[in-house]
Design a protein around this ligand. Sequence first.
Ligand code: NDP
Length: 331
Amino acid sequence: MPNREIHLASRPQGWPTAENFRLVETAVPGAADGQLVVRNLVMSVDPYMRGRMNDVRSYVPPFRLDAPLDGGAVGEVVESRAAGFAPGDVVAHRLGWREYALLDAADARKVDPTLAPVNAYLSVLGMTGMTAYAGLLEVAGMRPGETVFVSAAAGAVGSLVGQIARLRGAARVVGSAGSPAKVARLRELGFDAAFDYHDAPVAESLAAAAPDGVDVYFDNVGGDHLEAAIGALRPHGRAAICGMIAQYNATEPPPGPRNLAMVIGKQLTLRGFLVLSYEHLREQFVQEMSGWLRDGRLRYDETVVDGLAQAPEAFIGLLRGENLGKMLVRL
Ligand code: NDP
C-alpha cells in the first residue's frame, strides 16, 4: 500500500515557498507490539510550524531536513497491536503531514466522532480552542465586566477568544483582522467592535473601538498590535502573549514596542504562555466548550483545503491570512 508524506526539502529564508517542501512516496509501515497504523483523515497547519522550519532550538525541536514534517492530525486506526485500540477507532495524535502514520499507542488519544465532527478535535475542541480558553481565562485572568481586545481575531484562536470573552461576561470585545469580510464575520460572531488593521494605524483604530481603554489584550500578532495595546491598556491591565505572527518570517530581529516603559506607570502584566502547560484545564475546557457548542452559543469557522499535496500551500496561505477560522487539510 503506498503512503505519501511531505518532507522539509530546505529551510525557508523569510517567507516559505512551495520549493521548501517535497511530496515523497513511501510504503505504509506495519505496526509492532504496542503500535497503531492510522489513516489520517485531517491534519492541522499552524503558525508555530514556521518557527520549527528554522534550525533553532526552541520549546520544540526544529523539523529535520529530508524527513516528514509533523503536527496535529486525526485519523482512523487501520491496524492495532495495542490493547484498547481497534480498527475503526478515531484518534488524535501528532503525526500529521502524511497519509498513514505509525504511532505508539501512548501517543494516540481516542476521540468520539459522534460527539463532534473529527475536524473539531483540531480546532474548537483541540489545541487552538485550548489556547484561546487557557490564555484568556487563566493567563490573562479575564473577569466579567472587562474590555478585551484580541488580534488575528478571525483566526482559529482569536475567533474563540472573542466568543469565550462574551460568554464569560466581558463588557466589550474588540477584534482586529485583515479584511473587510473578516471584520464583518467578527460582528456576526458577537464582537462589539472590529476593525481591519490595514485601514489605519492600529493605535488609532483601537482608540476608536475602545475609547475607554482595554483591560485584557490577547496578542496573536506582536509588532504594531502589541504597541497599540500597551498604549490602550488601563492601569493593572494584562496581556496574554500568545503569538507574534507579524514577525515569523522576519529575516532581521524586529524592533520591540517603542512604548514598553508604559508597563511601569500603568503596572501592566505581559505574560507569555505555551498551551502545553495548561493540560490541567483540559477537562474543564472540554466540558465548558462542548456545552456552549451544544447550545449553539459558540461558533467556529474552518477553511479546509483538500489533499496532502496542497498542505504546503495551505500552510503558506495561513501565514498570508487566507483562512477564516482554523486552517485544515483534508486527506
Ligand atoms: P490563525 O488561524 O489566527 O491564522 C493566522 C492569522 O494571522 C492569519 O489568518 C492572518 O489573518 C493573521 N496574520 C498573519 N500575518 C499577520 C500580520 N502581519 N499582522 C496581523 N495579522 C496577521 O492562527 P492560529 O489561531 O492557529 O494562531 C494564532 C496565533 O496564536 C499565532 O501567533 C500562533 O503562533 C499562536 N499560537 C500560540 C500558541 C501557544 O501555545 N502560545 C498555541 C497556538 C497558537 P489576517 O487576515 O487577519 O491578517
